[in-house]
Design a protein around this ligand. Structure first.
Ligand SMILES: NC(=O)C1=CN([C@@H]2O[C@H](COP(=O)(O)OP(=O)(O)OC[C@H]3O[C@@H](n4cnc5c(N)ncnc54)[C@H](OP(=O)(O)O)[C@@H]3O)[C@@H](O)[C@H]2O)C=CC1
Ligand SMILES: O=C(O)CCC(=O)C(=O)O
Ligand SMILES: [Mg+2]
Length: 417
């Protein structure tokens, strides 16, 4: 395939997708990566080095990754005459099936829309999966961080996050406001003048495909519960519908039965026979529940914006967004990325924690079925933290720790594999 700026590694082989949607992973798969803006320049090379070291150690050279750089954000704009989101980047990520990305900048209040959200939408990466677990020794603001062990399934394509919004005073905003007031009988827009408008689409199909993935994951990983997190008491036909459709799916597709007349329900794991409870919690209450009673929650399915808030909040409980990994998934394509952003004040200082992106690569290795290499990454991270050789974010909260740069922390991880 001829690309303008993307160099396809001649010695790699593309991953292909089997009819049942499983992956056909060659011994030297081509994996696309976006370096990312801001601290992307610091963490992405470290992630690649650690990943290569884990793969090499696990398979003694029999397997390796052929990295293929693709461009998005500032680095794309430099190469593609100001185009921040080149079409060939999308084509390549899709064509090569599995990729990993550093964070990308999004201006607040104006400028272009989020490139991160655009990547998810363009490839219909409808699941944002963000595991939250504590690594022994990581400084945490809670007393018992080991009790926090959850996996967030955040709907990644709909909600207010989809970016359908109109600027105050624009013709579009005024048109929507006129439609609402004149044709829909809306009387509750408090200030119609100088009023921005956002739209919150939440569909049955969008909800069910997300909850289906979350419940299947709960079954596959033999976990005790799935919690639907929503603000359905206030936003009844969007967040409330998300909750209703989630329960409906559990009952109709997974055979869940009501507990005490519902709406909570339960099913037996078809693989292990263990009980799985499907429950719901309203989003504001959930933010205090996860702090006070974290061990009562396991898998979480939630809408896009709630999932965004919840993932940073939960990450803080287990040590911060320096070690908060994630994956954006469709039924075929997977694009792994950290939970955090570009942390611009630290750009190029070789300072920040590369852990989030490294643990995103760990998820990627499991996605490829390369579990031995993934285990080595976990071992390396645990070892480096256990030895208290850590980056500034942990060092400032740990007694007796040795401050490591971003790249030196990567080396420590490799030394502990
Ligand atoms: N998926 C993506 O690409 C995302 C992109 N963004 C974008 O990133 C930009 C900056 O957003 P901002 O709100 O500042 O959020 P960030 O997540 O970039 O940073 C917020 C703070 O989190 C801490 N932090 C972040 N990354 C790390 C790390 N690797 N190691 C240690 N600490 C870290 C730092 O805290 P401290 O100051 O305490 O050291 C930092 O100041 C925005 O343009 C935003 O839109 C945001 C989130 C996701
Ligand atoms: O796209 C962005 O700039 C922010 C996205 C974000 O915060 C997230 O996905 O967690
Ligand atoms: Mg976020």
């Amino acid at each position: 395939m001829g690309y303008q700026h993307i160099q396809v590694p001649a010695d790699g082989t593309p991953i292909s997708i089997n009819e049942d949607k499983s992956l056909n992973v060659p011994d030297r798969p081509i994996i696309s990566f976006v370096e990312g803006d801001g601290i992307g320049i610091d963490i992405t090379p470290v992630m690649r080095k650690v990943t290569d070291a884990a793969v090499n150690k696990a398979y003694g050279g029999a397997k390796s990754i052929a990295w293929m750089e693709v461009y998005c954000g500032e680095k794309a704009a430099e190469r593609y005459e100001g185009d921040w989101f080149p079409a060939e980047t999308l084509d390549a990520i899709k064509a090569y099936v599995v990729g990993i990305k550093g964070p990308l900048t999004t201006p607040v209040g104006g400028g272009f829309r989020s490139l991160n959200v655009a990547l998810r939408q363009e490839m219909d990466l409808y699941v944002c999966q963000r595991p939250v677990r504590w690594f022994t020794g990581v400084p945490s603001p809670v007393k018992e961080p080991q009790k926090t062990n959850m996996v967030i399934f955040r709907e990644n394509s709909e909600d207010i996050y989809a970016g359908i919004e109109y600027k105050a005073d624009s013709d579009d905003a005024q048109k929507v406001i006129r439609f609402l007031t004149e044709e829909m009988g809306v009387t509750k827009i408090r200030f119609e003048n100088h009023c921005g408008i956002g739209i919150k689409p939440v569909s049955e199909e969008g909800t069910k495909r997300l909850v289906r993935k979350a419940l299947q994951y709960t079954i596959d990983q033999d976990l005790p519960s799935l919690t639907l997190v929503h603000k359905g008491n206030i936003m009844k036909f969007t967040e409330g519908a998300f909750c209703d459709w989630g329960y409906e799916l559990a009952r109709e597709e997974f055979g869940a039965e009501l507990i005490d007349g519902g709406p909570w329900c339960k099913l037996n794991n078809p693989n292990t026979g263990k009980e799985i409870v499907v429950k719901d919690v309203i989003a504001d209450a959930m933010l205090q529940q996860v702090l006070l009673r974290p061990d009562e929650y396991s898998v979480i399915a939630t809408l896009n914006l709630n999932g965004d808030y919840l993932s940073d909040a939960l990450a803080a409980q287990v040590g911060g967004i320096g070690i908060a990994p994630g994956a954006n998934l469709s039924d075929t394509v997977a694009l792994f990325e950290a939970t955090h952003g570009t942390a611009p004040k630290y750009t190029g200082q070789d300072k920040v924690n590369p852990g989030s992106l490294i643990l995103s690569a760990e998820m990627m290795l499991r996605h490829l079925g390369w579990n031995e290499a993934a285990e080595l990454i976990v071992k390396g991270v645990e070892g480096a933290i256990g030895a208290k050789t850590v980056t500034y974010d942990f060092e400032r909260l740990m007694d007796g720790a040795t401050l490591m740069s971003c790249s030196a922390f990567g080396e420590e991880i490799i030394n502990h594999m």
